[in-house]
Design a protein around this ligand. Structure first.
Ligand code: NAP
Length: 563
């Protein structure tokens, strides 16, 4: 495991989808001495931590996997339309075994600090135990939604019952049997968790601050015929996920909403509702760019809520949604709205009463005290930047990442931050990341980073660093892309960092779509790594200037952003 004197060519932080593929690419393709450091006790990343009841991936299993190896793709068989955490962990274990990855991973090891040492162009990485490792390249594969957000509600320390955050769920079973459970949060996670908790809880109170749209997932076991078809269609599926803006295995319709009659539209929405899943978003191309078009989908979904939920007041509160469909990450569910027809489930509408405090025995709202034995925080994450900033990362001249990102993250292509040479990020801020089916941007980033490092080594380049100009230009383009969509119109969205107190309000993922992003990244390479400063300390001749300024031409209108 150890390199000489704990020195490595590359250190990767994280052993989820990103870190595992990056380890394989650097170790087996570039033959680099590579170490992966993972805080969890095993591989899986997000899926190591997220074991809450009902947890399931919203991407369809045949696309929520690696595509870089046909052999791996065809050897693995998914059992359900959407995989759960256990099956995803089994899949990642299978990949790790197949590629013999475990031998280069340090588990149960938290990176607390990473410092760039200019005298030798090395990264010094420190763990919580105080161990120190050095490497030329530092790659973060730390996930986008990995830093749990526990809201600052007064009194939590007084609570005598048990409480959990969905993103840090215990590995042993949690029993809700006969318990009075309070669940705070109705995002993608809460919508998955509530129906499962309600199955066994004595009573479940769902505390809803912002109601949410949701479309049935229609999860089901995969038929033998479908499994075969998936294996036989590897090339086609790969082509599709790599050519759609959101990396899902279905095309977004090229139709605009008002090109179809109301009658036809209803039929299209109804079919998508029956089919289930994120494909609902793909019914029209202008759903996330045209508010009037979006209203038609929003109204359809609100009507569905009112049809499903029998109690009128509850239905009204659930359907009282004042932002566009898919403006926030669109959840998909299994019996979420139906759950509110159960005798043992009550919606607490926080638009009518607010949470005042947590008490020894429950939650005090502005209207009443709700006695509880357990509280489940389905309250989301300090997304995208949270995990980065939990570490003390210092670049050139001791520049702290927290300082560089004080006004919001500033990266070039989401891959690098000026002042932090040789530090690359997989699905960092400014990448399409969470607006896509994650394995697709992950594979693209890993392959881009691997090619870049390979280029550096072939050319004798010591450091690669995003230029400030290029990063400024990219941040402008990320904003421009977001502003072309309805996603910026949702004030409480975590895409904007709005769910965490004090976090700068900056739209973090790139909404221009994965297809456009991939083409831009390819173009940067063709233009001699335009926007990256590449330096070699041994010869001033080999100092590469910035490539030509890149033109992020968005004259071609963004009609189909990710999601
Ligand atoms: P989220 O979307 O941020 O939702 C958090 C929920 O907690 C929101 O309803 C929020 O209300 C509520 N909340 C936060 N603080 C609160 C407070 N102080 N009082 C009352 N309510 C509060 O988080 P998430 O549901 O965990 O989902 C995060 C992301 O993870 C998703 O968008 C998705 O990208 C990913 N995810 C994916 C899957 C999947 O693929 N299967 C599953 C789950 C999650 P407000 O809206 O008012 O802030």
């Amino acid at each position: 495991m150890s390199g000489q004197n704990n020195s490595f060519d590359a250190i990767i932080i994280g052993a989820g989808f990103s870190g595992l593929y990056q380890l394989h690419a650097l170790r087996d393709e570039l033959k680099l001495n590579t170490l992966t450091i993972e805080s969890g006790g095993d591989l899986g990343g997000t899926w190591f931590w997220n074991r809450y009841p009902g947890a399931r991936c919203d991407s369809e299993s045949h696309s929520y996997c690696y595509m870089f190896s046909e052999e791996i793709y065809k050897e693995w068989e998914w059992s359900e339309r959407y995989p759960g955490p256990k099956e995803i962990r089994s899949y990642l274990n299978f990949v790790a075994e197949k590629l013999n990855l475990r031998r280069n991973i340090l588990f149960n090891t938290l990176v607390t600090k990473a410092r760039f040492i200019e005298s030798n162009n090395k990264w010094e990485v420190t763990t919580q135990e105080g161990d120190i490792y050095h490497a030329t390249y530092l790659i973060t594969g730390i996930g986008c939604i990995s830093s749990a957000n526990i809201p600052n509600i007064p009194g939590l320390e007084d609570f005598k019952g048990k409480w959990y955050h969905t993103g840090n769920w215990p590995h042993e079973d949690v029993s809700f049997k006969n318990k009075r459970v309070g669940q705070i949060g109705t995002g993608s996670t809460g919508i998955q968790a509530a129906p499962e908790i309600a199955e066994t809880a004595g009573h479940l109170h769902v505390f809803q601050r912002t109601p949410n749209y949701s479309v049935p997932a229609r999860n089901a076991p995969l038929s033998e015929a479908f499994k075969k078809q998936v294996h036989d269609s590897y090339e086609e599926i790969k082509k599709t996920v790599r050519s759609t803006p959101n990396g899902h295995p279905f095309k977004i319709s090229e139709k605009n909403v008002f090109e179809t009659s109301e009658e036809e539209r209803k039929k299209i929405y109804e079919e998508a509702w029956k089919k289930g899943g994120l494909q609902f978003r793909a019914t029209y191309q202008d759903l996330t760019t045209n508010k009037k078009a979006n209203d038609t989908a929003a109204d359809f979904l609100k009507d569905k809520i009112k049809t499903i939920v029998r109690d009128k007041t509850t239905a009204q509160a659930l359907a009282n949604i004042d932002y566009p469909y898919a403006g926030k990450r669109p959840p998909i569910d299994t019996n979420y709205f139906e759950t509110f027809n159960r005798e043992n489930v009550t919606l607490v509408d926080l638009k009518r009463e607010t949470i005042v405090k947590i008490t020894e025995g429950g939650i005090q709202t502005s209207a009443r005290h709700i006695p509880l034995d357990m509280i489940v925080f389905a309250t989301g994450f300090d997304a995208i930047t949270g995990k980065f900033l939990e570490m003390d990362i210092q670049g050139r001249n001791g520049l702290k990442l927290s300082e560089a990102w004080k006004e919001g993250p500033k990266t070039y292509l989401g891959l690098q931050t000026p002042g932090f040479p040789n530090m690359f990020s997989i699905t960092g801020p400014g990448s399409p990341s969470v607006l896509c089916n994650m394995p697709v941007p992950i594979e693209q980033h890993v392959e881009w980073i691997t090619d870049c490092i390979s280029h550096m080594r072939q050319e004798g380049i010591d450091t690669c660093e995003a230029s400030q100009d290029a990063a400024n230009e990219w941040v402008n383009h990320v904003n421009e892309a977001a502003n072309a969509t309805l996603l910026v119109s949702v004030p409480h969205s975590w895409y904007l960092g709005a769910n965490v107190e004090g976090k700068p309000r900056v739209f973090m993922p790139y909404a221009g779509g994965m297809t456009r992003y991939r083409a831009l990244c390819d173009d940067v390479v063709k233009n001699n790594y335009a926007g990256f400063v590449m330096l070699s300390k041994n010869s001033s001749n080999s100092i590469k200037k910035n490539g030509p300024k890149h033109n992020f031409d968005i004259t071609k209108k963004i009609t189909t952003p990710g999601i």
